[in-house]
Design a protein around this ligand. Structure first.
Ligand SMILES: [Zn+2]
Ligand SMILES: [Zn+2]
Length: 80
């Protein structure tokens, strides 16, 4: 799996995260190895959900940012 679907692209764009950055943040190789829905699990579609546009993983990952996003946010100054 090497390409993200339209729903994944839209979700990333809404969070200001490029496809390339999302790939780098999830895979040390910098190449996307997850599923087309944007989940780092390459067997998400058909396992976590049936439809390509119905992924709960990506929104959850984007809404609950890992440490690297918190660090980046802190560097720009707190907004909360
Ligand atoms: Zn998933
Ligand atoms: Zn998914």
């Amino acid at each position: 799996m090497s390409a993200l679907n339209a729903a994944a692209k839209a979700a990333l764009k809404a969070h200001g995260v490029s496809q390339a950055e999302w790939a780098r943040r999830n895979f040390s190789s910098g190449r996307w190895g997850g599923d087309a829905c944007g989940c780092p699990d390459d067997r998400c579609i058909g396992y976590h959900h049936d439809d390509a546009g119905d992924c709960g993983c990506l929104p959850a990952l984007l809404a609950d940012p890992p440490a690297w996003m918190s660090v980046a946010g802190a560097a720009r100054g707190r907004t909360a």
